[in-house]
Write a protein that binds this ligand. Structure first.
Ligand code: V07
Length: 255
């Protein structure tokens, strides 16, 4: 795995007393709630969609960086089941972003050995969104590098309800004993069945809640929050999150 040097941007000041990132002990799975795109735009007197567009460019930067660092899974909350309540024009704009992203970036993802995956209710996305994302999934399905996992039309409670329905049906059909229902059984019926649980959750823009994101999967994860809006997030902040994660692990790792 090629290891790149740490970024030299100076914003989050590294502690001069401590060594830098330990590239051999990075979190394997990082999940991010990319919040603050609308507020970033509003502060600049721009329409909300300008914030989403800028946010998309930050996704590219962070994906490149995560891939260079050798992180295994990056799960990004791109569109929640609640987001349908936003104005129609905004939803339409958001639903075009996957295509816009992939039009310019899919060749680089393929070249970098990245595998595109999604979690969420894929079937109920607009046809043009599904087509673009499905093409990316198909063309990267054999890649063995970073798993770039987009949560699209994702809601954690809905995910759990659907899992329970499938399990209940198995019981009803006589294929599963009630006593055999355990945590593993539930996990295997979530969208994330094939993924390790996130080690680290990052949320930008000052909110400190989960907003129906990976409620089951984040049970043991470290949480890292910043007031920075997602369009202002960059590689240096990302490394600061990884660095803080490692220090937390080091502090209670000894006991
Ligand atoms: C979206 C940009 C990032 C900030 C948060 C909201 C807006 C990338 C994608 C995407 C999704 C699937 C895919 C390739 C790219 C995306 C939505 C919104 C709906 F295969 N950014 N981004 N999708 N935002």
């Amino acid at each position: 795995m090629p290891i790149k040097f740490p970024f030299t941007k100076s914003k989050p000041k590294p502690d001069p007393q401590s060594p830098g990132l330990d590239y051999k002990q990075l979190p394997q799975h990082v999940a991010i709630i990319m919040d603050g795109n609308g507020r970033w735009a509003k502060n600049k007197g721009l329409p909300r969609i300008a914030g989403h567009k800028e946010g998309m460019n930050v996704v590219k930067k962070i994906v490149r960086h995560a891939s260079n660092l050798g992180i295994e899974v990056l799960t990004l909350y791109a569109f929640s089941t609640e987001n349908w309540k936003r104005p129609k024009t905004e939803v339409e704009f958001l639903m075009k972003l996957p295509m816009e992203f992939l039009n310019t970036y899919l060749p680089e993802l393929i070249e970098k050995n990245v595998r595109v995956e999604t979690i969420g209710d894929f079937e109920r996305l607009p046809e043009h969104t599904k087509t673009a994302v499905q093409e990316a999934k198909d063309r990267t399905k054999d890649n063995t590098g970073l798993i770039l996992n987009f949560a699209l039309n994702y809601g954690s409670r809905y995910e759990m309800v659907e899992a329970v329905k499938i399990v209940a049906e198995e019981v009803k059909q006589g294929n599963l004993d009630v006593d055999k229902i355990d945590e593993g059984c539930i996990s295997r019926h979530l969208y994330t069945a094939d993924l390790k649980e996130p080690d680290l959750l990052i949320r930008t823009s000052g909110e400190q809640r989960l907003s129906n994101f990976l409620l089951w999967q984040l049970a043991y994860s470290e949480f890292w929050f910043t007031d920075v809006y997602w369009p202002d997030f960059d590689e240096a902040y990302f490394e600061k999150a990884l660095y803080d994660y490692q220090n937390r692990k080091r502090r209670y790792g000894g006991v």
